[in-house]
Design a protein around this ligand. Structure first.
Ligand code: PGA
Length: 249
């Protein structure tokens, strides 16, 4: 499998591995888009990308598992590949599961872990989520850990490794089209709280009903390092507009 051309965005400073990117915008497609739609999305996204890539901005696309290898084979250097989930087991007889090692071999760099839809619909516990975080870190994948309340942040075990934590209040996620975005003020408060708990080595994101109209309001708050975008990322033009917000702050 070809590995993506761009190096993983980390630097070593004061003996610590730190994020190079200061802002991360991730697309979470959830259980949407078929193969033809994925191909069309990629084509359109490629057409939209006129700006030059900035090293301080990381764009991550998280398609469904079957399309990860599709991306890996012609991934442009302007974004990184992410997965929406990973097995809590390292390898073996776990039918239907996909391991961190397998994801790594396909060029995946990031993995969404503990999304509220998985906590609610599949009963994922903090213990399972930590097991997934551990395996991600073991195989050089960066977990994008989703939380909807502070007590979930307190359970995260990252041992000082760079991780991404996304605050997504349940009422904000547009599952079933009923999300109400958080206020930028409250989202910032939570982002700062997350940094206080997890430590310096975290990118603290907001997620929930983000679109190109409200993205700038969140991104301009100090302490919010990016966005996890669900529904609005299914449209490559709208997703590009969200990324472009960063160029006009
Ligand atoms: P939404 O989803 O942007 O559609 O609200 C965000 C998420 O669940 O990650």
């Amino acid at each position: 499998m070809p590995t993506p051309p761009n190096p993983f965005n980390f630097i070593k400073r004061r003996g610590m591995i730190l994020f190079m990117a200061e802002t991360l915008i991730a697309a979470n497609w959830k259980e949407n888009l078929g193969e033809l739609e994925v191909r069309a999305w990629m084509q359109e996204f490629g057409r939209q990308e006129t700006r030059s890539k900035r090293q301080d901005i990381e764009v991550v696309i998280c398609p469904s598992f079957p399309f990860i290898s599709l991306f890996a084979s012609f991934q442009p250097s302007s974004f990184q590949l992410g997965a929406q989930n990973v097995s809590e087991f390292e390898k073996g007889a776990y039918t239907g599961e996909v391991s961190a090692r397998q994801l790594k071999s396909l060029g995946v760099k990031y993995v969404i872990v503990g999304h509220s839809e998985r906590r609610q619909n599949f009963g994922e516990t903090n213990e399972q989520i930590n097991q997934k975080i551990r395996l991600c870190l073991k195989y050089g994948l960066t977990p994008i850990v989703c939380v909807s309340e502070i007590k979930q942040v307190e359970t995260i075990k990252s041992s000082g490794h760079p991780i991404v934590v996304v605050y997504e209040p349940l009422s904000a996620i547009s599952t079933g089209e009923i999300g109400q975005p958080d206020t930028p003020f409250h989202a910032q408060k939570m982002a700062l709280e997350i940094k206080k708990i997890v430590g310096e080595n975290v990118l603290s994101l907001y997620g929930g009903s983000v679109d190109s109209k409200n993205a700038g309001e969140f991104l301009k708050e100090k302490g919010i390092n990016g966005l996890l975008v669900g529904g609005a990322s299914l449209d490559p033009v709208e997703f590009t507009r969200i990324i472009d917000t960063l160029y006009h702050l």
